[in-house]
Every structure is written in C-alpha cells, then in structure tokens.
Design a protein around this ligand. Structure first.
Ligand code: MF3
Ligand code: CO
Ligand code: CO
Length: 288
C-alpha cells in the first residue's frame, strides 16, 4: 500500500522499439511492476547458468544416492563440497553472509537455512530439505530437494508431496511469458490451503544467475496481476516453503550463526526449489 511503482523498463535512446519493448511498456503504462533491462540475461549468460544447473543437479544426485538413516548432516555437507569442487564449481553458501557450510540441511520443523552439523543425525521418519547453490564460471544455479528418511507419517508425506505440487503449479503458471509473480503465488497458495497447509511469507524465491540473490522477489502467495512481470530472459527460482500448521516462522535462538529458520508452532515444513529461465514459450528448468 502506498508503494510507488517506478518505471523499471527503459528504452535505449535512438533504437527502434522491439516487440518486447511494446509488450512490456503496455504493462508498465498500466502501473504494473516491470523488470529492468539488467534482469534480462544474454543467451551466453543463460548457457552459463545452464551449465551451473547441470553441476548442481549432479551434486543433489550424489546426496540422493548416499543419504540414509544414521548419517550426520555434516556428511551431507561433505558430499556437497566434494562433488561441487570436483566438478570445478564453488558451493555458494560457504561463507555467504557468515553461513559456515556448503549447503542447507533443514529437518522437520526447520523451514530453511539449517546448518549441517556433526551433532545432527538423520532418524527414521525425518523429512529433510537439502538446498544447494552452485557457482560455475561465475554463474549460479540454486535447487533443493526433500528426502524422506525411511518411513514417515502420512501427514509428513503429504506435506512433502504438496510442496512438490506447489512448485509444479508455479512452473505451470509460467508456461507462457508475461505472467506476474503474483499469478504463481496465488495458484501455489490456493493449492497449499486446499490441503490445510500454509505458505511461508517471510522468505521467497528470487532472481538468480549472475549473483546468488537478485531481483525480483518471487513470493509464493499473493494476488494475480501483482508482483513483477516475468519476461523472456529472466532467470529466477521458485521455492515454496509449505508449513503443516501456521505460516509464522522465527530464527532459532540456539543457532549461533543466526541462520536457521524454524516454524513458530514447531510443526513440520517442506520445500522444493528449482532454477528457471523464462523464454518466449514459457519457463524452462535449468536444474533437475
Ligand atoms: N539456497 C537458499 C535459497 O534458496 C539460500 C541459502 S543462503 C545460505 O535462496 F547462506 F544459507 F546458504
Ligand atoms: Co533460492
Ligand atoms: Co536454495
């Protein structure tokens, strides 16, 4: 409310209007939030992010192959560090704003940014999100998966499945360009609510590619036609965090680094994440 919408999309002086200029300007003239040119990646940059996505996928595959009951989250971190560096990459989380490890390992009521530790052992019934961001040749790809350790409760399994469905719904809304972030947020929230679950509000997806976190914010809830317009060449994540209970979260006071995010009611949370590029034909996934 009362937020001023600035004209982000600007024309290049002396250049004729392109079809894309016309389309974006038609939204901007109606007061919609449009990207700036700096958010549009070149084909070469998109190929770089795609290569980072291939390595990122290999890293998560390596985790998936080894993860099991009795393992510590420190061991997961080691797999991530080793697979990433052997592939010529750098794990983006390591030393990022004081984050001490190479990936995030978030179990049960930990929503995100869980810190791998020697002291945390995976137990039967745990649901864990492993979130890896990979830098390759300066390009970033960001993805996370849920893993179920042994057998879990039907409720936790439902949460894991619904979080995945929410990501897929977000992707589907983006099956054409010139949709708004609020369009996908709206669809995601509707699906989460239909299962009695809630969507985390305090954290969101983001532009990604040349940096870890870029514009725009990709909120996983909201009203249609709000948020930023998604146009060809933009690269961003969709990463809904779905809570079994309340959407409210807080930073774990026991975390000396101040990173771990926990649900207020200590009920479980689940999340999946992928990196996408918007094209003329809708989004294409750059992580698997
Ligand atoms: N990978 C997370 C995201 O999806 C961010 C983690 S920041 C870290 O945006 F420092 F905790 F790694
Ligand atoms: Co992300
Ligand atoms: Co991530």
């Amino acid at each position: 409310m009362g937020k001023k919408k600035k004209a982000n999309w600007t024309l290049i002086p002396g250049q004729p209007l392109t079809e894309m200029d016309r389309r974006i300007l038609s939204f901007q003239e109606r007061g919609k939030l449009c990207p700036s040119r700096s958010m549009i990646k070149t084909p070469e940059q998109i190929e770089g992010i795609r290569r980072a996505g291939v390595l990122n996928t290999a890293v998560l595959d390596a985790v998936q192959e080894k993860i099991r009951e009795g393992m510590t989250t420190e061991e997961i971190d080691r797999i991530v560090y080793e697979t990433t560096t052997k592939g010529g990459g750098i794990p983006a989380p390591l030393n990022y704003e004081g984050f001490p490890k190479s990936c995030c390992t978030s179990i049960n009521e930990v929503v995100c940014h869980g810190i791998p530790s020697e002291d945390v052992v995976l137990e039967e019934g745990d649901i864990i999100n492993v979130d890896c961001t990979t830098i390759l040749d300066g390009y970033y790809a960001d993805a996370s998966r849920m893993f179920v350790i042994g057998r879990t409760t039907p409720k936790k399994q439902e949460l894991v499945d619904v979080a995945w469905e929410c990501l897929k719904i977000g992707e589907k809304v983006c099956s054409e360009p010139y949709v708004f972030v609020g369009d996908l947020g709206h669809a995601i929230e509707k699906h989460a609510h239909s299962h009695g679950f809630s969507v985390v509000r305090d954290l969101c997806g983001h532009g990604v590619g040349l940096e870890f976190h870029e514009e725009p914010d990709v909120e996983h809830r909201g009203a249609r036609g709000t948020g930023m317009l998604l146009v060809p060449g933009m690269t961003f994540t969709i990463e809904p965090m779905i809570n079994q209970g309340s959407w409210r979260v807080f930073i774990d006071e026991d975390d000396p680094y101040g990173w771990e995010v926990i649900t207020d009611d200590e009920l479980p949370s689940a999340q999946w994440e992928h990196t996408f590029v918007m094209t003329e034909n809708g989004v294409e996934r750059l992580t698997w």
